[in-house]
Design a protein around this ligand. Structure first.
Ligand code: DGJ
Length: 701
């Protein structure tokens, strides 16, 4: 990327770098912190020719006239902030991970602002957050408090967003950026990503492809409202401001108090989008996701099979179905609780987490015991942050729900969001999990749902600090999750919010995976998993074989789900003998391919957005085992089917390619090739069949 301005004297250089990426700051002679470079890491000598650049973290109210990163209102009504460099320090947190803290302060009001940048060298990921301390001696109000500001200077900028809706999460669309602002944000409060995932992709100069071009991928680690602002000024310079959405969130900071913003996480690649995604996948597994390098449990879930209409016998039978399938766990979904207000549908009962005696007179014991005999674990669905107005919890504590005084209550899915800013509510939510695990220590897994966004924005706890609610709600959730993680570190959990309504990396510090979408139509899932997979490793993308889209055969459905964290939401008795035999074989194949799919490198060979096919290749980290998933979705008659070129192989090595996972047939040796041939010439694995899929195994000699 180009330097940002002509050379001016610069006293203090600060370089934050990974193996291949560098972000360079310089402190100007007036003490202003400037960003002088962001892009490919260069030799130290080369940085010496850089100019000072532009102010790195701009503030409201003094000289800058574009969107600021920070806006503080002081007690005397002076709303300006001037930040001058104080000092900086660099610490090695662990091998390959270095944190640089740059301390800035206002010389008159003494507000202190630190930028904390952590560089993950081998993964080429940098995280950045700001820490704001009120040293002004009086209360201040934070009106805008970004985590990060990045500056770019390129002839053209292309932005890709990942917006959508329930059932079509992370749909990708791109646009060129021009003078002015483009904002991507959410204001839903909880289930915040239902309409837009907290991701963006920015190509510089020209749209990047999978294998070529300069591209930046960024996300905010925050399970609430976020905002990314892209603003181009009159010089065609771009600033990207990332942080909590300041919408209705002005935050009062008492004297001496500190506000820590969430991490903005980003990477840069000069080799296209595929490399940038692999950077994220590696970082997520190595540093962020709970048990990121651990295994994942395959499962059978009852939601799409029974809904809330089940009894002990049906569930015990499903334990047997799980065993028959060969999966690790049976997951009991919604509908098992509530006695005064039985949870027989979604109209009532949320909040009353006692086992429903009518349906399960012996509690979970018979299901758990059967599971123990069969070697199948037991997992449980909960939704502890929510309440139905028709519940004992709401009868007792109406003020625990987020509702407006003097207004009719507006519910979403007949439910309200509990006010997580209230410590009593936090204790209660913790107690839901704590009590379940105390009463039923064999619960091996939770699916933690969250099916409503915040409506009726008002906290009965926060008093005059109403604008703290969106922020303190998320912080309250983290308090609870911290306590759960500390007491029950080994219980894996699925994050869920009517599908992918929660898909952020901070959530994944507590959850091992997330429910990618309620939409289990395999065709739609190809697109949803493709979008999410730009940031999220397959390991965290829960993908279940279910019934949506009756046109699709079992093999295609299963192959789509095998590209994520595999599960089933199916009545296995609806399959004929051949189908069941196929699925059981597929579960075994999945176990064999896990080192490639869950822990390896993803290469997106053919994008579903480009036509009527999709192909993904996964390679294990040692390069010995690979899997190719090909999908012919709706090819047109007479369409040319070009060879698919593989990636990430050793050109000098030889590889066997087997077609595996065949319906009613054994593995078939497709051919033997050099890595060079596979990458330069490719193989003809696309077909003209509709809704057709194949799985190939790659074995290195
Ligand atoms: C929404 C989830 O996304 C579904 O998988 C299911 O758990 C339902 N909630 C249950 O209410």
């Amino acid at each position: 990327m180009a330097a940002l301005s002509a050379t001016v004297f610069a006293a203090v250089p600060i370089t934050v770098s990974t193996d291949n990426v560098a972000l360079r700051y310089m402190v100007g002679d007036d003490g202003t912190l400037c960003q002088s470079y962001f892009g490919k890491r260069m030799a130290d000598d080369s940085y010496a020719s850089l100019g000072q650049g532009v102010e790195a973290f701009t503030t409201h109210g003094y000289t800058d006239q574009f969107e600021p990163a920070l806006h503080i209102n002081h007690a005397d009504n002076n709303s300006s902030l001037i930040l001058k460099y104080v000092d900086h320090k660099v610490e090695e947190v662990k091998p390959g991970v270095t944190t640089t803290t740059i301390n800035l302060a206002d010389p008159v009001y003494n507000d202190a602002v630190s930028l904390v940048l952590t560089a993950y060298a081998p993964e080429d990921i940098i995280t950045c957050h700001s820490v704001i301390t009120n040293n002004s001696g009086k209360d201040i109000e934070l009106e805008k408090y970004a985590s990060s500001m990045l500056h770019f200077y390129a002839p053209e900028y292309y932005l890709t967003e990942f917006s959508g809706d329930w059932g079509r999460e992370a749909a990708m669309s791109s646009q060129p950026l021009r003078f002015g602002k483009k904002v991507i944000d959410t204001k839903l409060g909880s289930r915040a990503n239902a309409m837009v995932s907290p991701f963006f992709m920015l190509s510089l100069d020209k749209p990047a492809t999978e294998t070529a071009g300069d591209v930046v991928l960024g996300t905010l680690s925050w399970t609430g409202n976020f905002r990314f602002t892209f603003e181009i000024d009159q010089m065609n310079r771009l600033r990207v401001i990332s942080g909590i959405n300041p919408y209705y969130s002005a935050y009062r900071l008492k004297k001496g108090e500190t506000f820590v913003t969430p991490d903005f996480v980003f990477t840069y690649s000069d080799k296209g989008v595929g490399q940038a995604s692999r950077n994220f996948h590696d970082w997520a597994r190595n540093h962020k996701v709970k048990d990121g390098n651990g295994d994942r449990l395959t499962l059978l879930n009852n939601w799409e099979v029974t809904g809330t209409d089940f009894n002990e016998e049906k569930l015990v039978n499903m334990m047997h179905d799980a065993k028959e399938l060969g999966v690790n766990m049976f997951l009991l979904d919604d509908g098992w609780f509530g006695n005064k207000y039985p949870r027989d549908n979604d109209l009532q009962g949320l909040g009353d987490w006692d086992v429903m005696e009518k349906k399960l007179p012996n509690g979970f014991a018979p299901i758990i015991e059967e599971g123990k005999k069969l070697g199948v674990k037991f997992g449980l669905w909960i939704e502890p942050e929510m309440v139905n107005p028709k519940s004992e919890l709401y009868d007792k504590h109406p003020d625990w729900a987020i509702t407006l005084p003097n207004r009719d209550i507006v519910t979403k899915r007949n439910q309200l969001v509990l006010d997580m800013s209230n410590p009593k509510v936090q204790d209660y939510v913790f107690s839901v999990v704590d009590k379940l695990l105390t009463d039923w220590p064999d619960i091996a897994y939770f699916k933690w749902d969250c099916n409503a966004e915040i409506t009726n924005i008002y906290s009965h706890y926060l008093g005059k600090d109403q604008q703290h609610l969106y922020v303190d709600h998320v912080r309250g959730l983290y308090n609870v999750l911290d306590r759960i993680k500390a007491k029950y570190p080994d219980v894996p959990m699925m994050m869920c919010a009517s599908g992918g309504g929660r898909c952020d990396f901070q959530g994944l510090e507590y959850f091992t995976e997330f429910w990618t979408s309620d939409d289990t139509d395999p065709v739609e899932r190809i697109f949803i998993q493709y979008g999410m997979g730009h940031f999220m490793p397959s390991k965290v993308l829960c993908a279940h074989v279910a019934r949506w889209n009756g046109d699709v055969k079992i093999k295609f459905r299963t192959n789509v789900a095998m590209m994520g964290k595999l599960g089933f939401d199916y009545n296995i008795h609806e399959w004929d003998g051949k189908e069941l035999a196929y699925v059981k074989q597929a579960v075994k194949n999945y176990e064999k391919l896990k080192p490639a799919i869950l822990d390896g490198d993803l290469y997106r060979l053919v994008s579903p957005y480009d036509g009527n096919h999709a192909v993904n290749q996964f390679m294990s980290k040692d390069g010995r085992l690979g899997a190719i998933f090909t999908f012919d979705i709706y090819p047109r008659w007479g369409e040319h089917e070009y060879n698919v070129k593989l990636q990430g192989l050793d050109p000098n090595a030889r590889y066997d390619i087997f077609e595996i996972d065949r319906f009613e047939a054994g593995d078939f040796k497709y051919g033997e090739y050099t890595g060079e041939y596979l990458m330069e010439v490719g193989i003809p694995i696309l077909t003209g069949y509709r809704l057709h899929s194949r799985v190939y195994e790659i074995r290195k000699h």
